[in-house]
Ligand binder design. Structure first.
Ligand code: GSH
Length: 180
């Protein structure tokens, strides 16, 4: 969903491929030949595979700078984006299924790290997309963790974006499967 949101923000044409957890599409021989990680997302850029949310978002932001999804040519801010997305991929995503205090602790760190601004990097960026996707997912699980006012505001800001609404509409219409 994060990559889908970024593509909709940019407005570039792309071809979607429906992948089913239920049918174990990520473990099919054809998919593993392209992506040995056996996971989504994967983008194909003129046929060449690119995996991992952070890498796909970074590529899109750099490839389409006019969409302003990353502050331009500022090494420190780019490093902050990588810091955030590394933390999201390694500190938030893997604990999602553990639930309870693991999830609450991970989001408490994100809430602190986010600070008092409107967006993670000070202006809207791929980091907000990545963070929103996992927060949205957490809120849609039974017994979501709470007490994160900054992240709640980010969630509301993101839900107000046309690209996010378009993504949710499309994913719901094709039958979005939320794995346990
Ligand atoms: N670190 C990876 C995590 C990718 C990942 O775990 N994807 C899950 C879905 S959220 C997946 O495709 N799992 C494959 C499966 O369950 O068969 C990233 O950020 O892209």
């Amino acid at each position: 969903m994060a990559v889908h949101i970024a593509l909709n923000e940019i407005g570039v044409p792309f071809e979607k491929k429906l992948m089913s957890f239920h049918k174990k599409d990520m473990k099919s021989a054809a998919y593993l030949a392209l992506n040995p990680e056996g996971a989504v997302p994967m983008m194909q850029i003129d046929g060449r595979p690119l995996t991992q949310v952070a890498a796909c978002l970074f590529y899109l932001a750099k490839r389409y700078p006019e969409a302003q999804l990353l502050p331009a040519n500022d090494p420190e801010t780019e490093a902050q984006a990588i810091s955030w997305m590394s933390f999201i991929a390694s500190g938030i995503h893997p604990v999602a299924r553990l639930g309870g205090e693991y999830v609450a602790n991970a989001w408490a760190i994100a809430e602190k790290k986010f600070g008092d601004g409107e967006w993670a990097l000070g202006q809207y960026s791929i980091v907000d997309i990545h963070l929103f996707r996992l927060y949205w997912r957490m809120l849609n699980r039974p017994n979501p963790a709470g007490g994160f006012p900054r992240l709640d505001k980010l969630h509301a800001r993101m839900m107000a974006r046309p690209a996010v609404q378009r993504t949710l509409d499309v994913e719901k219409s094709i039958g979005y499967e939320l794995p346990a």
